[in-house]
Design a binder for this molecule. Structure first.
Ligand code: URP
Ligand code: ZN
Ligand code: ZN
Length: 478
């Protein structure tokens, strides 16, 4: 078994920081040592196979992106990253695990879908991967299958309050699924937007000739998000199921989650970098030579970007500090402009919903530390430790300690990352939603279960390095 020593760096865990060397034997961290330690009189740096010099750099647990959609069938097309391209981009950006969503459309059998997703991912992933299961129609067989999926390591289930005829479950169906979650301990995840309201507003906007991408956001107002978040919380309260609200963008939805937590409910919230950094006005103002006022389609996602005049972004950063929101995932759901997003020219409702960010999440959230919004340990907690705990992986993932998987990132605070104009990224997209963002830091080295897969920013891994993560129940539940 190969041994790796990461030496001279500052180890950052969610609990704090300290100078230490990290020794990995095979796939596992075996020691976190005082800098320059010897082991039984042996100079460690001379005895190991690989030495990674982390002097002046941060040594953090590999990022965990708990919300991705690789090659997801959606909006009449497929998300443009495959498990191969998307996980490679993730690795380059310092993420060593993802949790992706198995999709069930109405009348499909969830166990068949689960096996189909294994076939897509197996042998193709650059990093470790787990699955959540989407439930669209809540069939009797799906409820039974939830128990079986838990034994397979799929311990979280996403439902939708929007997208009628595609994903939407009505309140009765949601109630039944939540009752099952209360019974078997599964984490119930919710896309919380009031679909009926949105569908009418979309229709009215189109009839009024308001067809550009900006109106996607206008027809999905914060009231629709707040109302649905409140309703999901009420169903969780009624049933006793734990609830994890995905891609929260409205400050009013955050307030609902905070109030539920104050009442002692097992309610959690996730936001995404786009809701921290981008606004509806950025989208409105986006015009390009190539796409004209369709340029804004690059940022069409649901929940949508929110207006900067309403204070959502400021409130969201605050909620990350106060732990009203506990996690930052990407909701990575990339589509190219050409032949994908452009299906919605003349009708914003036909633009496939989603933004690709899996490569940039660690950098974008590090910039939150640089700008004084969060501390270094909180950066690690939001992007690695809490995702591990929330979704039953902690101990192996999300921490640098003996016994954990050798998933380690060496991050250079003196480096720089330009998310440049043109294709400077590795995601399979013909644009980046983050073009022009400058990051005061850089992912230098990425070790995934003991293998150096990125060094000096260059990718050294291969497809198939990643392994399925059989997850346990959430470690936040008693
Ligand atoms: O716009 C989004 N969020 N696309 C992915 C599907 C979802 O709802 O998470
Ligand atoms: Zn969603
Ligand atoms: Zn999503």
């Amino acid at each position: 078994m190969a041994t790796t020593l990461i030496t001279g760096g500052t180890v950052v865990n969610a609990t704090g920081t300290g100078d230490a060397d990290v020794l990995i034997d095979g796939e596992t961290i075996v020691a976190v040592l005082a800098p320059g330690s010897t082991l039984l009189g042996h100079d460690l740096a001379r005895s190991v196979d690989t030495v990674v010099d982390a002097t002046g750099k941060y040594v953090i647990p590999g990022g965990i992106d708990a919300h991705t959609h690789m090659e997801m069938p959606f909006g009449g097309t497929f998300a443009s990253d495959t498990f191969e391209t998307g996980t490679r981009a993730a690795a380059i950006g310092g993420t060593t695990s993802i949790v992706d969503f198995v999709v069930q459309y109405p009348e499909q059998n969830i166990l068949e879908q689960y096996h189909a997703w294994h076939e897509k991912a197996a042998g193709n992933c650059a990093i470790d991967y787990g699955f959540h299961q989407i439930l669209s129609d809540v069939q009797d067989s799906s409820l039974t299958a939830m128990d079986e999926l838990i034994t397979e390591g799929v311990t979280s289930f996403k439902l939708f309050m929007a997208y009628k005829g595609v994903f939407l479950s009505d309140d009765g169906q949601i109630l039944r699924a939540f009752q099952k979650g209360a019974d078997n301990g599964a984490m119930m995840m919710m896309h919380a937007e009031n679909g009926a309201i949105i569908d009418v507003l979309v229709q009215q906007a189109l009839e009024a000739g308001k067809t550009t991408p900006y109106y996607h956001g206008i027809s999905r107002p914060w009231q629709a998000e707040e109302e649905a978040t409140h309703r999901a919380i009420m169903i969780a309260d009624l049933t006793g199921a734990p609830l994890y609200v995905v891609h929260v963008s409205a400050k009013q939805a955050v307030e609902q989650i905070a109030a539920a937590r104050d009442r002692g409910l097992n309610v959690f919230g996730e936001t995404c970098p786009q809701y921290l950094y981008l606004s509806l006005e950025d989208q409105l103002g986006a015009v390009s030579e190539e796409w004209g006022d369709f340029e804004g389609a690059k940022w069409v996602c649901s929940t949508p970007l929110r207006s900067k005049h309403e204070g959502h972004q400021h409130h969201m950063w605050q909620s990350l500090r106060t732990n009203d929101i506990q996690m930052v995932s990407t909701d990575h759901c990339p589509f190219c402009m050409k032949d994908q997003k452009d299906m919605g020219i003349g009708n914003f409702a036909k633009i496939p919903n989603g933004i690709g960010s899996v490569e940039h999440r660690m950098d974008l959230m590090y910039q939150g530390f640089v700008s004084g919004q969060i501390t270094l340990p909180r950066w690690v907690e939001l992007t690695s430790t809490t995702p591990a705990r929330m979704f039953g992986m902690y101990g192996k993932k999300g921490v640098i300690q003996p016994g954990a998987d050798g998933d380690v990132v060496v991050y250079d605070p003196n480096g720089h990352t330009s998310i440049g104009v043109g294709k400077t990224h590795h995601m399979n997209m013909d644009y980046s939603a983050w073009e022009g963002f400058e990051i005061d830091g850089h992912v230098d080295t990425v070790v995934s279960r003991g293998k150096v897969v990125v060094d000096g920013g260059s990718y050294l891994g291969s497809k198939g390095d990643g392994r399925y993560i059989k997850r346990g129940l959430s470690q936040y539940l008693v």
